[in-house]
Write a protein that binds this ligand. Structure first.
Ligand SMILES: [Zn+2]
Length: 417
């Protein structure tokens, strides 16, 4: 089998670089893999003390935070500082596995005997997307292995060219936490068809500057070289479940209202206010550049918008909607929005971003920004503003990103060795 730190061997020889969590022996019988959903675990028996256990294979969030579970005593071992959102659902699932039938549709595009399986299942949209972007590495570096993607059906439109098989899981993201015997049964049955199987790592933070987003979306991203010639366009990414607030008082009142009132009533004023903040920043940008057009994208209801603004917000997602949004991002010199996984595709396709970053998200800085440059253009094209930033602050950055681009680009991209 191939010895590569980004490939986890599964078949014919299962990864066994583990020790017994009870006696510490490294002499283990590796018996097979278990695929309950988000996690993939190896099943082992210690030859020294006969302890039987499962141990996370080092993929996805278990690359660093792997857990072992005793098969007979149900004990969790070796959590290695894993956060409760990783270990909690896993242990709950192990103790109460689901017998719900989860349909998996297997689409064979190219039949291969040697494969690398990339499990992108997760309960969060951004996590699925980030794991999926790992596909590019395996397509490019291991062309001799067929790439098999395990993914939620709603991500099928992002399958990159060259993928050998797609296993589409009919499950809402919110249900992905859990231990599904039917997923394990189906995946293990499919694996019988191969001579050699590896797992892809599914790192949570692949180097985004190297992601070729056109291979996933079919949409060519904004070209910085066209910055001066492209019609001035920006896209606002507005979500309804995390808002741009005018002041800390607004945020506080929203939280109080959300507790006391039904969601729609509580949110109504603050959603309107978010819209006012966004459109005010556009109006201020237009004082410098009256020709700027804009798109508004996001999960939510359409609202009245100024001239020159197209509102693509909807609650009914489809491939057509996804692609229409992607095309808008790709026409955008930059996108403007509140921090979150909603910024991943927009930043992967636009020239840059202005992101409203809530204080409690500093530790997640740029996890949601698929920055496309790895030189000093990064500092110019990706701006972060305070969570209570005024429309004027945002407009100042936006105006500078148009006005100062040519000189900055020339100094840092042209007149350099
Ligand atoms: Zn042992």
């Amino acid at each position: 089998m191939i010895n590569d730190r980004h490939l986890v061997p599964l078949k014919p020889v299962l990864f066994a670089d583990r020790t017994c969590p009870v006696c510490g022996s490294g002499d283990l019988l590796a018996e097979g893999a278990v695929f309950p959903g988000v996690h993939v675990l190896g099943r082992y028996t210690c030859k020294a003390c006969n302890y039987r256990f499962l141990h996370d294979l080092p993929v996805g969030f278990a690359v660093d935070h792997d857990v072992a579970i005793g098969l007979d005593d149900g004990r969790m071992h070796d959590a290695k500082d894993a956060e409760p959102w990783v270990t909690g659902p896993l242990m709950e699932g192990f103790k109460a596995p689901s017998d719900a039938e989860v349909r998996i549709e297997r689409k064979v595009i190219r039949s291969c005997r040697r494969v690398v399986v990339l499990n992108t299942l997760d309960f969060l949209y951004g996590h699925v997307l980030l794991k999926l972007w790992n596909a590019q590495h395996y397509l490019d570096k291991h062309a001799d292995l067929g790439l098999v993607l395990i993914m939620p059906r709603s991500f099928e439109w992002l399958v990159p060219k060259g993928t050998a098989e797609v296993w589409l899981v009919d499950q809402r993201l919110g249900q992905a936490h859990g231990w599904y015997r039917s997923i394990d049964r189906q995946v293990n049955a499919f694996l019988n068809d191969y001579d050699e199987v590896y797992l892809g790592k599914g790192y949570a933070h692949p180097d985004k500057a190297r992601v070729d987003i056109e291979r996933f979306t079919g949409v060519k991203p904004f070209a910085l070289e066209e910055h001066g010639r492209a019609p001035r366009h920006v896209t606002y990414v507005l979500r309804e479940d995390r808002l741009w607030f005018r002041t800390p008082v607004h945020k506080f009142l929203y939280r109080v209202a959300a507790r006391l009132l039904p969601n729609r009533v509580a949110g109504a004023f603050f959603l309107s206010d978010q819209q006012r903040l966004a459109m005010r920043s556009l109006a201020l940008l237009r004082k410098a550049y009256p020709d700027v057009t804009a798109t508004i994208a996001g999960l939510g209801d359409k609202r009245s918008v100024p001239h020159g603004v197209e509102d693509l917000r909807t609650r009914a997602m489809s491939t057509d909607t996804e692609l229409a949004w992607c095309k808008a991002y790709a026409r955008s010199h930059f996108v403007i929005g509140v921090h979150g996984s909603n910024m991943l595709l927009p930043t992967a396709l636009a020239g840059g971003c202005i992101e409203v970053l809530p204080h409690d998200r500093y530790r997640n800085l740029a996890q949601d920004v698929a920055h496309r440059w790895n030189d000093v253009m990064l500092l110019f094209q990706y701006r972060f503003v305070d969570e209570f930033a005024s429309p004027r602050t945002v407009a100042r950055h936006a105006t500078s990103m148009y006005r100062d681009f040519a000189v900055y680009y020339r100094n840092n991209r042209v007149n350099v060795y």
